[in-house]
Design a protein around this ligand. Structure first.
Ligand code: NAD
Length: 376
């Protein structure tokens, strides 16, 4: 098959590598010549690394490199079977690209967007044949991260789902199917991991360090503050803000002013050497404890918020319980899926914790999911 990829930035280049390794031909298109050159160098370096590690032979690298073309015009994608768009996250720009693609490619082709936060349905509406438009959402770095969210738009003809799932599986990835709702699965279900941690901190109930330690003791590889510093406070805050706005300002997703101030200060995390922690050479971050809440109390509060969110997602049919759990374990390395974790912990325990928070704060943010209540 021939896969066209639009946008040769971080995601487009990663997706190109995935498709090439899956024995497909790739045409990588970008309007920016420098970005194309960078992609060419980066792909070559990635394949060389695989040769060095003994994962592929030099001959295989030669074949892989010969199967990708770097193109400057959208017309060069006309003979592609699929096109995956990975350009700037801007609805107007994406719609213009899809309108052009729609006119260029036969209606049997698949047109996909890698958008993280926009409506696939809105993007598809730019096409005369929106029934062949899908969201195919990879995670960064695409070559390493196993999860791919598949999102049919409202207009999409679902009879090609199996074909898409098969291709994603052939590329060695784990596909999950989700509705076209803000944040899809991972970016939505993970919100409480950050926002409840920030809330506990904002209330002066625990330090960053205590909260991070509490979550790591539950099996998470990184604590929320370490992870926000790794992702970048600017990126993480923007996702929270967009999920909050797209959910009509549902208080469950309220962003944190503390995080906003970090963005305003330019304390973005590792990339600026300062976020919640310092990454300057020789920096020793204080590992202070307030000892107001126990590790168990902190962990339980954040975990129960996560589990409650997963049950809320089930209520609106976002995805199957199995796909919700796969998404969190494969997409963000959670030690367990949230639905399974809820059952293991005991849903009565989760309900008790949520009811306790609800009665303390009286905010809709802590409302027990009716779906969880029904499952008791
Ligand atoms: N970076 C991530 O962690 C991540 C993860 C999942 C999904 N996404 C989504 O993937 C998409 C791309 O993100 P990225 O981080 O790779 O961006 P990026 O800025 O690294 O790359 C975007 C590329 O698109 C090119 N481009 C812009 N407009 C174009 C056009 N009209 N035609 C052709 N090329 C054009 C730019 O020159 C640039 O090279 C976005 O929709 C983003 O939300 C990003």
């Amino acid at each position: 098959m021939k896969i066209g990829i639009i946008g040769s930035g971080a995601m487009g280049t990663g997706i190109a590598q995935v498709a090439l390794m899956g024995n497909d031909h790739v045409a990588l298109f970008d309007t920016n010549e420098e970005a194309l050159q960078r992609a060419k160098i980066s792909l070559d370096a990635q394949f060389s690394k695989l040769v060095e590690k003994g994962k592929i032979t030099e001959e295989r690298k030669t074949v892989l490199v010969s199967q990708v073309s770097f193109v400057r015009y959208m017309n060069d994608l006309a003979d592609c079977d699929w096109v995956i768009e990975a350009i700037v996250e801007d609805l107007a720009v994406k719609k213009a690209v899809f309108a052009e693609l729609d006119a260029l490619l036969p209606k049997t082709s698949i047109l996909a967007t890698n958008t993280s936060s926009l409506s696939v349905t809105a993007i598809a509406s730019a096409c005369k044949h929106p029934e062949r438009v899908w969201g195919i959402h990879f995670f960064n770095p695409a070559f390493l991260m196993p999860l791919v969210e598949i999102i049919p738009a409202l207009q999409t003809e679902k009879n090609r789902l199996e074909e898409i799932q098969t291709k994603i599986s052939d590329w060695g990835k784990t596909p999950v199917v989700t509705k076209d709702l803000p944040g899809f699965i991972v970016n939505r279900l993970a919100r409480p991991f950050y926002s409840e941690a920030l809330r506990i901190y904002d209330e002066g109930m625990a330090t960053y360090f205590e909260i991070d330690e509490a979550m790591k003791s539950l099996g998470f590889k990184m604590g929320p503050f370490e992870l926000m510093d790794l992702i970048g406070n600017d990126v993480n805050y923007a996702v929270t803000e967009s999920v909050f706005a797209a959910n009509y300002f549902n208080p469950r997703y309220t962003p944190s002013t503390t995080q906003k101030r970090h963005v305003e200060a330019g304390w973005l995390g590792r990339k600026t050497k300062r976020g919640f922690y310092s990454y300057e050479e020789g920096a020793t971050n204080a590992s202070e404890s307030l000892n107001i809440l126990s590790q168990e109390e902190i962990g339980k509060r954040i975990l129960c918020m996560l589990i409650n969110e997963a049950y809320e997602a089930l209520r609106t049919g976002l995805a199957s319980a199995e796909d919700l759990d796969l998404a969190m374990t494969k997409g963000v390395n959670y030690p367990k899926g949230l639905i399974a974790w809820g059952k293991e912990l005991g849903l009565d325990q989760v309900a008790w914790e949520m009811t306790k928070l609800d009665s303390r704060y009286g905010e809709d943010r802590y409302r027990l999911s009716p779906n969880l209540k029904d499952s008791l």
